[in-house]
Design a protein around this ligand. Sequence first.
Ligand code: ATR
Length: 284
Amino acid sequence: MTISGKARLAGVMGWPIGHSRSPRLHGYWLEQYGIDGAYVPLAVPPDRIEQAMRALPALGFRGCNVTVPHKEAAYRTVDRLDATAKRMGAVNTIVVGEDGSLEGRNTDGFGFIENLRSGAPGWSAADGPALVIGAGGAARAVVASLLDEGAPRVWLVNRTRARADELAADIGNSDGVGAIETADWVSRETLLEGAALVVNTTTQGMAGQPPLELDLRALSGSAVVTDIVYTPLMTPLLAAAQARGNRVVDGVGMLLHQARPGFAAWFGREPEVTEGLKAAVLQG
Ligand code: ATR
């Protein structure tokens, strides 16, 4: 694909940025749809993030993704926030308006839900309580989106209980839905019994990390299990769940689906998540 002088431009700001799979993801779509555009990695140190974001309109960029550690700085810098970004306190997608203003969005929760919908057809957040394990940045998007999609209850457990309580206070109180219950780390296996969905948002199970310690014995056979870790795709948690007959959804789809709204806004086409895309993103 040639890039002309009229090419539509976007990218991803992070520090470091070398490991980001977003350039490959968007690059695949640009190629697939024959769009005159480019999506580039942008290595921006924390002390220059505001300057870099403010430069987007002058450079002719239509926007960018924002990743670790800049999602909170983006939240503070943009001119406007959509409702989800406001609730999350973090921005992962910036869209430059006609007037050069910056709009901050957060599509992580959208990616999480869409991944479950496509990986476990018929699944609905309203099916029953969800058990969310971990209370870092990713958990915020997971919990908020589950509540927005009608989960009757979210049980939140984290090794450090205080972080779970903080997340529940931030997310639960913002618009009154708030059916979040936090619990101690030791009670996670007891909570499995009533869960229709189990989500690992911790780093446990990632290549180089020990598996998440979770005995699935009490889990109902109809429950869906998902992991936001996608290296490896089949984490020890997912393998254990699959072995006992539960439906499992791997984590890479969250990355693929969260990219859709940004691509549509910058490049003018609703992209599709396909097996080809997944293979390209996971390659190497
Ligand atoms: P992010 O914001 O990117 O999601 P993070 O804030 O580092 O990442 O969160 C990582 C999550 O993995 C946290 O919930 C963390 O638990 P703590 O809040 O107690 O640190 C969890 N985690 C990391 N190592 C863990 C371990 N050995 N056992 C259980 N949970 C762990």
